[in-house]
Structures are given as structure tokens and as C-alpha cells.
Write a new protein. Structure first.
Length: 224
């Protein structure tokens, strides 16, 4: 069976491939509408009203009104496909939630109006220490230790019963209902959404790459 490390390594390799693909596609798009005979590239400083400036403006419109919208729609479709899968009740996500924020930081964020932090703190409490969390999902903790330079904090939900049921299911917050809302998050193989993640991963990485490339072009083309 594929282990967590190989999933993460594969993701990095795939992201590099998808990034190159996105760069090629965006470059082709720019070249495809380039005025005939123009030698300069899309990042050149052209005078106002020149052919080159019109090209840049048209290309930026394409990025904004076509490419970015397509990326958004495709991502929404991936999220919709999540409803073809369902939670199998393994309870891993209730038993081991991790956050880059400490309880104090989450509290500060919640006080400043961050809705996710508010919901998170309404259910999760921190593990005493990492070793306690390790007992729940040792492979996952090891993976984070290897790959994350920043501190990660582990939490669990006291509403989970001994027989892995939610004792307040009807009132569970939206973050529980939405989990997992990101097809790139690391899921245990026991998760009912694991196959959704597998199926969506490549396209999601491509869409992320596309967003990065589009943002790069928008920032570097000297037209404001
Ligand atoms: S509220 Fe229920 S569903 Fe949400 S984390 Fe706690 S036990 Fe799980
Ligand atoms: S990890 Fe997946 S299957 Fe397990 S409780 Fe969470 S959503 Fe359900």
C-alpha cells in the first residue's frame, strides 16, 4: 500500500510537471494573440497606444476573464464531486486535527473575527503533547516531523465517544460538515473521501499551478 511519504513525494513531482504544463499553456496563449512581426516578449515596456501595449491589455483580459474563471469553475466542480463520496466514520479527523496555530494564536484569531478559528476552538482541545497525538496516527505525525519546518499543533475533539461517534452530531459546526474541503489534504486510507482525493489530486495541482502562473504574469506585465 502507498504510504504517506510516497504520497507527498509524488505530489511534489506532479506539481512540478503541472507547473511546467501551466507555463507552456499560458505562453502559447500569449503567443497566439501576439501581433505579427512583433519581436519583443509580453513583459516588455511598450509605449501607450502601441501594438505591444494592446497585446498586453488583451492578454491580461484573457487571463482575468477567461483563464481565471475557468480555473474557478473547474475547482468548484471538483468540490461538487466530493458529494459522490461519504464519511465512513473512522473518526481520524475528530481524533487528530492539526493546525499551524497554537491554542493562544487560535484564540487571538477568533477574537479578531476569524470564523474558522472560532469554530475550531468551539470543538477541539489541544493534546497534552505530541507523543499523545502520535498514538492516534503515528505515520502522519512522523511525516509532518520530516516535512514541516514550522511547529504544528495537535488537537482532538472531546465530543467523540468511545465508540467513535459524534455525541453532538446534529449541532456539529460547519468545519466538521465540510471536512475535507481541500482535495490536497493528507487523508488516512480509511477515510471515505480518500478516493475523491486520489481522483482530484492531479487536476487540483494543475489548477494551483495555473493560479500561480497567472498571478506571475499579472504582476510582471508592466500595464496597470
Ligand atoms: S463535533 Fe463531532 S464531528 Fe466535529 S470533530 Fe467533534 S466529534 Fe467530530
Ligand atoms: S477521516 Fe474521513 S471517514 Fe474518517 S471520520 Fe473523518 S471524514 Fe469521516
Amino acid at each position: 500500500m502507498e504510504n504517506l511519504n510516497s504520497i507527498v513525494n509524488k505530489q511534489r513531482t506532479v506539481f512540478r510537471e503541472k507547473f511546467k504544463q501551466a507555463v507552456n499553456e499560458i505562453q502559447e496563449l500569449a503567443e497566439g494573440i501576439k501581433p505579427k512581426g512583433l519581436e519583443a516578449d509580453i513583459f516588455t515596456e511598450f509605449p501607450p497606444d502601441s501594438e505591444g501595449r494592446k497585446w498586453q491589455t488583451e492578454f491580461l483580459n484573457l487571463l482575468e476573464n477567461k483563464i481565471s474563471k475557468e480555473v474557478y469553475i473547474k475547482f468548484q466542480n471538483i468540490l461538487k464531486e466530493r458529494s459522490d463520496y461519504k464519511c465512513l466514520g473512522c473518526a481520524t479527523c475528530c481524533n487528530l486535527a492539526c493546525s499551524e496555530y497554537s491554542p493562544e494564536e487560535l484564540k487571538r484569531r477568533a477574537e479578531n473575527g476569524d470564523n474558522f478559528s472560532k469554530q475550531f476552538l468551539s470543538i477541539f482541545v489541544p493534546y497534552k503533547d505530541k507523543e499523545e497525538a502520535r498514538k492516534v496516527y503515528p505515520e502522519y505525525i512522523a511525516l509532518l516531523e520530516e516535512n514541516k519546518e514550522d511547529e504544528v499543533y495537535f488537537y482532538h475533539c472531546p465530543k467523540l465517544t468511545e465508540d467513535k461517534r459524534c455525541s453532538d452530531y446534529e449541532n456539529r459546526p460547519q468545519i466538521c460538515r465540510d471536512f475535507p474541503d481541500n482535495p490536497l489534504c493528507i487523508l488516512p486510507t480509511s477515510c471515505g473521501f480518500y478516493l475523491w482525493r486520489e481522483k482530484s489530486e492531479e487536476q487540483t495541482l494543475y489548477l494551483h499551478a495555473m493560479i500561480e502562473v497567472v498571478e506571475y504574469y499579472k504582476e510582471k506585465i508592466p500595464v496597470k
